[in-house]
Design a protein around this ligand. Structure first.
Ligand code: ZN
Length: 140
């Protein structure tokens, strides 16, 4: 990859050209202020914007759905045992959430399980949207 440096003041006047240089020609322009690099205009790549751990590591055994939290951890959804057929575990804060079926008249065992799964997914999604706990470092 070729890179070139340019003072921010100069780059301001040719921003469109620098974007074309990056997007069409794959070239990076390093922007400088008082001679020091401060930013860069580089080609956009999908990989840079994917959280690493979602692709780099396999899911733990038994996990069949996973939600990425705002803190970069995951909420892992596993099948549990009756009376809580679904279990969510947050790898950030460690919270466990058990999902039960409605336990009301008129629900077949299949309906109970489907209800509990919907409840588990909704809870996992809600936790993922609010939990800011970061995942603990992995031992290698
Ligand atoms: Zn959490």
């Amino acid at each position: 990859m070729t890179s070139e440096t340019m003072p921010v003041e100069q780059a301001r006047k040719v921003l469109g050209d620098l974007v074309i240089r990056a997007s069409l020609h794959g070239k990076t322009t390093v922007l400088t202020r008082y001679g020091q690099p401060v930013a860069q205009i580089a080609p956009y790549t999908q990989e840079q914007h994917m959280p690493e751990h979602t692709t780099a590591t396999a899911w733990p055994p038994g996990v069949y759905a996973r939600y990425l939290t705002v803190g970069g951890a995951t909420v892992d959804l596993r099948r549990g045992h009756v009376p809580a057929p679904y279990v969510n575990t947050c790898t950030g804060c460690g919270e466990n959430d058990l999902s039960y079926g409605p336990h009301e008249e008129g629900y077949s065992p299949e309906d109970e399980a489907a209800y509990a799964e919907r409840e588990a997914r909704t809870a996992a999604q809600a936790h993922a949207e609010t939990c800011r706990a970061m995942p603990a470092p992995q031992e290698r």
